[in-house]
Design a protein around this ligand. Sequence first.
Ligand SMILES: Cc1cc2nc3c(=O)[nH]c(=O)nc-3n(C[C@H](O)[C@H](O)[C@H](O)COP(=O)(O)OP(=O)(O)OC[C@H]3O[C@@H](n4cnc5c(N)ncnc54)[C@H](O)[C@@H]3O)c2cc1C
Length: 504
Amino acid sequence: MDMNRRSLLKGTAALGAAGFAAAAHAAPKGKAWDETVDVVVIGSGFAGLAAAIEAKQAGASVAVLEKMPTPGGNSIINGGILTATGCPQQKKHGIKDSFDLLANDMLVAGLHLNYPEKVKYLAQHALSNYEWCVKTLGVEFNPDAIGQEGGHSVPRYVFTKNGSGSGIVSKELEYLAKLGVKPRTRTYVQHIIRNPETGRVEGVEVRTGYRFPKAESGKVVRIRAKKGVVLCYGGFSRDVQFRMLQDPKLVATLDSTNQPGATSELWRETSRIGCLQVQDDWIQCTPWNNPKEKGMGLGWTFSQSGAAEYGLWVSTSGKRFVNELANRKIRADAIMNEQSKGLRAVAICTEPNMKAYRVARPGMIDKLLASGVVKKYDSLEAIAADFKIPADTLKATVAKFNDDVKAKKDPEFGRYINNEQVPLTSGPWYAAEMSPKVHHCMGGLVTDTACRVMDVATTKPVPGLYAAGEATGGVHGAVRLGSCAILDCLVYGRIAGQSAAKAA
Ligand SMILES: Cc1cc2nc3c(=O)[nH]c(=O)nc-3n(C[C@H](O)[C@H](O)[C@H](O)COP(=O)(O)OP(=O)(O)OC[C@H]3O[C@@H](n4cnc5c(N)ncnc54)[C@H](O)[C@@H]3O)c2cc1C
C-alpha cells in the first residue's frame, strides 16, 4: 500500500472513532445493570422470534423485547404468502423453477442494488426454509394453492392455511414458549449501549411498562447482553416524518399497510451509535390496496391473487396500463401515473378465473362482497357503467386481452400467462378499485453473511451486534419481491440468533 493511501485510511479510521466516541451512549459502571442475559433480541416479528429460537436452542439465555402491547409486529398482520421454490405445491401444478431463477428475479427487481451473496444464499434456502416452517414449527400451508406475485418469473408462493402471517408467528411463539421464552411486551428500547472505548455493544436501556406512543412512559431499566444484541426492529413505514426525509413523495395522506409501531427511533439510534445503513430511501408502495379499506385490508387478495394473476387491470380510461405481474414499484408507479391524470385503477376477474383464488383463500370473496370492497357484476358493461369507463374501449381491451391469453403471449406488456388462466368471456364478473399504500423499507443496516452489523467508520463488524429482517438493507435492493420478506426474516433471523449465541 502506498503511503498516501495508508495515511488516508488511518485518517478516516481516526475520524470515525472520534465521531463514534462523541455520540456513544455511556455504558453503566459497576452495578448499574439491572439484569444480565446472554442475548437480547429487539423486536418480536418473524425475524426476532426466529433469532430467539436459535439463540435459545444454542444454550443462551434470551430476552425478547417488544414495545407494543402484543407481540408480532408487521409479521402477525402479514398476508401469509411465502416464497417456496421447489415446494410440493409447485410440483402439483407442474411449475418448473430453480433457486437461480429466484435469485435472478430478486436481483433484476432490485436493480442489482442488492448484495448478490445475500440474495443467492436466501434463494438457496427457499425450500429448506419452507420445510423448517412445516416440520420444525408445525406451520400449516394450503396444500393445493400456489401463487405468483409481481416480478417473479413463475408462480412460487404458498399460502398459510389461516391466510395470515399469524399462521407462522403463532407457531414461532409456541415453539419459543416451549423453550421457556416469552416476549416482554410494553418494553421500549430507547438506547443501545455501545462502549466508546472498546466499540462493543454491551446492552440496552429500555422503558418497561411503556405505553405506545408515549416516549416518557414506563420505568428505565438497563439490560446487559453478555454475548450480543440482535436488532429485528422492522421498518418505519408508519413514521411520516422519517419516511418523508427519505422520500418526500410519501406524504401523510398516503395510507400505510403497517402496524402503528413501525417507526424510526431505532433507525436513528443505530445511526447514532455508528452502524452502517444503506438505501434507506428505497421505500416500497404496494400497488393493489383497496382505498375503501384502512391499512392493508383484505381487498388486495382479490386484486393480486385473483385479478393480477388470472384477470386483468385497467384504468378508468378503459385500457390496460401496466403488466399486471410486474414488480410492485412498476405497478404502483403506473397506478399513481393514472391517478395523476384523474383516472382510477380497476382490477377485474371472472368467475372461471377465480378457481385458484377460491382454493387459496376459501370464503374470502364472499367476505369481500359482503363488505362491498369487491363488487360482483352480471356483465362487463355493468362494470363500465359503475366505474364510468367508456364501455366500447373496455370491451375492446378485454377482447384483445383474451386473444393474448389464448396465444399465451402478451405483446403489449409481456405479462406471464398462467397455465390455468382462461379468456374472460363468461361471468359473473368481479371488480375492485386499487390505490397504492406505503408498505416496506428495503434499506437498512448492512450485515455480513453471519448477520453481524457493520460499523460506518471501519466497515468491520460492530462487536456484539447482529441484525435481520426489515431492519436490514442490501437483501432486496431497490424493490422487494412480494412473498420474499418472510423468507428473508426467517432465514437471516435464524442466522443472527445462531451468531449471537456463539459469540464470546
Ligand atoms: C400488512 C402486511 C402484509 C404483508 N404481507 C407479506 C406477505 O404475505 N409475505 C411477505 O413475504 N411479506 C409480507 N409483508 C412484509 C413482512 O411482513 C415484513 O417485512 C416482516 O413482517 C418484517 O418482519 P420483522 O421481523 O423484520 O419486523 P416486524 O414484524 O415489523 O417486527 C418488528 C418489531 O419490533 C418492534 N420495535 C420497533 N421499535 C422498537 C423499539 N424501540 N423497542 C422495542 N420494540 C420495537 C415493533 O413494534 C415490531 O413488533 C407484509 C407486510 C405488511 C405490513
